[in-house]
Ligand binder design. Structure first.
Ligand code: ATP
Ligand code: MG
Length: 112
């Protein structure tokens, strides 16, 4: 099993969720996060005051999935999250040792 983590633009969440649903993914964790990429910084105005910010609000999606689905899923997420501009996001994949469905006590891929 693998954990796919995607950090995407907030306004692309609906598109990515629709693509994931179409792919058959049901379980996922979605978090609002602050992040920065390779851009150095930009200025923002908040209540009339300008300040320098290097952090942007993004959506983080975590999906634990069978190893065989990783390639396709990464492609589906990347395609749905693309605007073509900078800051479209990043996807990374990490190994997962174990998953447990608390209600049934199932372990491993059966618990996904
Ligand atoms: N190396 C990294 N490690 C962890 N999170 C990252 C990393 N790079 C980017 N992120 C996360 O992804 C978000 C989007 O990154 P972003 O798409 O701007 O990356 P980038 O490398 O600057 O690419 P681009 O040139 O397309 O903007 C960041 O706000 C941050 O939350
Ligand atoms: Mg960037």
């Amino acid at each position: 099993m693998k954990l796919i983590t995607a950090v995407i633009k907030a306004h692309k969440l609906d598109d990515v969720r629709a693509a994931l649903t179409w792919f058959g993914i049901r379980g996922m964790t979605i978090t609002t996060v602050l992040g920065c990429g390779t851009e150095f910084w930009h200025t923002e105005t908040y209540r009339g005051t300008r300040y320098i910010s290097d952090l942007t609000s993004k959506i983080r999606i975590d999906i634990v999935t069978a190893e065989t689905d990783v390639g396709d899923l990464v492609e589906v997420i990347a395609k749905a999250a693309t605007t073509g501009g900078s800051g479209d996001g990043k996807i990374w994949v990490t190994p997962v040792d174990q998953v447990i469905r608390i209600r049934t006590g199932q372990y491993g891929p059966d618990a996904l």
